[in-house]
Unconditional design. Structure first.
Length: 541
């Protein structure tokens, strides 16, 4: 007979308590400290081997992106809630100081209570997290003062709020009780940027927007704004955040050209012409998006019909965005041949899946950049380079590919990148009015104009950010299939026609005319007169 041992009730209770203490506690959505440490190390290793770092940007800004990321390790490891971890990873991404790179919410990943303005991948997120809402706005818009006085000022105001408002030109003293420059320093880690001028512009944009791109500690339910009016008196305004569609803006901060009249408008441009017989026109350019090629063709056809092809063309890009196929516009807007921008890829573990994705796009006749066509052909030039040159590059021990015409959009890999003017094009003098609001393909447009000597740039440089492509992936906690966030990598350089990397290195203007609070009222008239003078034409104002 086997021997039977009786465990006293007190001993049984001790054993049960011991078993309970050995049962692992449930792991929350933010993981454990050990999981977050491993996630941090994984991100850093991937950035180090994938990222196409811009040495000229790093020198200009005086920083080492990997060193700045390493300094945030404890911030990530200590982030023990979903919200804290999301903002820790956002700050980690932004430490690279690359305007193109952001962190996104993904299905099944981290959740935050308010996602207004935050990038969301995957569309409808199910009942646990609806798609991000549009951020609300206060009825003021701020602008940075790029002159000696610095700071920020009220650029525009909107009707529809029902509350007292400051006046355009009033200097901003404090935001939510914080001196404005201290506030700007506090939000800097959350503002994606590649260049100081672009940072100040995007900081001004963020000042009056209720967006979850800033962490909760830097937001409030309304905007308390202290401003110094024209008499120097400081006045505090309490401004509500309202749906953007409910506000009617006065238009004081955008391009304004007294004496010019709107002749035609498309998605890509507004055509302004003098009311007298002066032989120049101004194109207020909005971007290089889906309809740009058709809109450029419309412009040339109109100019031919109206006898405008010999007029001087001045392109205002101060409110332009990015896109693709900018050289197509340059071929039509001015009469000279030019070298286009070039591009490279950083060779790493993501290149093969990147090319596989392009193969699928090509097979679907969908070579594009966020819905914008990337090439003037069907993409064959691009696929030939990817399949026969890029795939073989790692075997040669290359770190980056050799430069080729940007995305093979306008010429094949064997081209020297020089493009002729289009058969039908403007034949007169050409100039660009520039500012730091936008960048990306706009930065390429400015670099083509500047580096080829196609005409003067006046105003301020563009935002200073451009690359070939980004790689996007959903991060998971290492060793699991649990999604965390969407994360991006800059995997290729844009090369200016002068041979320099463009990221963090915008084309400099020929005449520096900064936006300032004192000079905002007639800013665009002065920009236009400077452009005309550079072209040897009489001032207009």
């Amino acid at each position: 007979m086997p021997t039977t041992h009786t465990i006293p009730w007190g001993g049984l209770a001790c054993l049960l308590a011991l078993a309970a203490s050995c049962t692992p506690a449930p792991v929350g959505p933010a993981g454990t400290a050990a999981m977050r440490a491993e996630l941090f190390d994984t991100i850093l290793a991937r950035v180090e081997r994938r990222e196409a770092f811009s040495e000229v940007k790093n020198r200009t800004l005086g920083f080492d992106p990997l060193q700045d990321m390493r300094a945030l390790r404890d911030t990530v490891v200590d982030a023990d809630t979903e919200e804290a971890l999301f903002y820790a990873l956002t700050r980690l991404s932004h430490a690279r100081r690359d305007r193109h790179l952001d962190v996104a919410l993904v299905p099944g990943g981290l959740q935050i209570p308010d996602s207004a303005g935050v990038d969301v991948w995957g569309g409808g997120q199910g009942p646990e997290r609806p798609e991000a809402e549009d951020p609300k706005e206060a009825p003021v818009r701020a602008l940075p003062d790029y002159g000696e006085e610095g700071g920020f000022f009220v650029g525009d105001v909107a009707d529809g709020s029902g509350v007292p408002l400051p006046s355009p030109g009033d200097r901003i003293v404090a935001v939510d009780g914080i001196p404005v420059e201290a506030w700007a320093a506090a939000v800097r880690p959350w503002i994606r940027h590649s260049h100081p001028a672009g940072l100040r512009w995007k900081t001004a944009e963020a000042l009056s927007v209720a967006s979850a791109t800033l962490p909760p500690a830097l937001r409030s339910d309304s905007l308390r704004l202290d401003v110094a009016d024209a008499d120097g008196a400081t006045v505090r305004y309490a401004l509500p955040y309202l749906p953007a569609g409910s506000l009617t803006w006065h238009g004081a901060s955008g391009p304004r050209y007294p004496g010019l009249t709107l002749a035609r408008s498309t998605v890509t441009w507004d055509l302004l012409v003098p009311t007298d017989d002066r032989r120049f026109l101004v194109l207020v350019w909005t971007g290089f998006r889906e309809t740009m090629v058709a809109d450029v063709d419309t412009l040339v056809a109109l100019a031919r019909r109206e006898g405008l092809l010999d007029y001087a063309v001045i392109v205002d890009v101060t409110r332009s965005g990015g896109g693709s196929l900018g050289p197509y516009a340059v071929q039509h807007l001015q009469p000279r041949a030019f070298k286009t921008t070039l591009g490279t890829l950083r060779l790493s573990d993501v290149i093969v899946p990147f090319i596989e994705g392009k193969r699928r796009d090509f097979a679907a006749h969908d070579i594009n950049d966020g819905g914008v066509p990337e090439t003037v052909d069907d993409g064959s030039w691009l696929m030939d380079w990817l399949e026969h040159d890029v795939l073989a590059a790692p075997q040669r021990g290359d770190v980056h590919t050799a430069p080729v015409p940007f995305k093979l959009a306008h010429a094949s890999k064997d081209s020297d990148g020089v493009l002729p003017p289009a058969p039908a094009h403007f034949r007169g003098p050409f100039a660009v009015i520039s500012g730091p609001s936008g960048g990306s393909h706009l930065d390429q447009f400015n670099a083509i104009v500047k580096d080829n000597g196609l005409g003067p740039l006046v105003g301020m440089p563009a935002g200073g950010y451009s690359n070939t492509w980004e790689w996007e992936e959903v991060l998971t906690f290492p060793g699991t299939d649990r999604p965390v966030v969407g994360f991006m990598y800059d995997i290729g350089h844009t090369i200016r026609p002068d041979g320099e990397v463009l990221e963090g290195n915008p084309a400099q203007v020929d005449e520096w005319i900064p936006l300032t609070a004192r000079g905002a009222a007639d800013y665009y008239s002065r920009l236009l007169d400077a452009a005309l003078a550079r072209l040897g034409l009489e001032p207009f104002s």
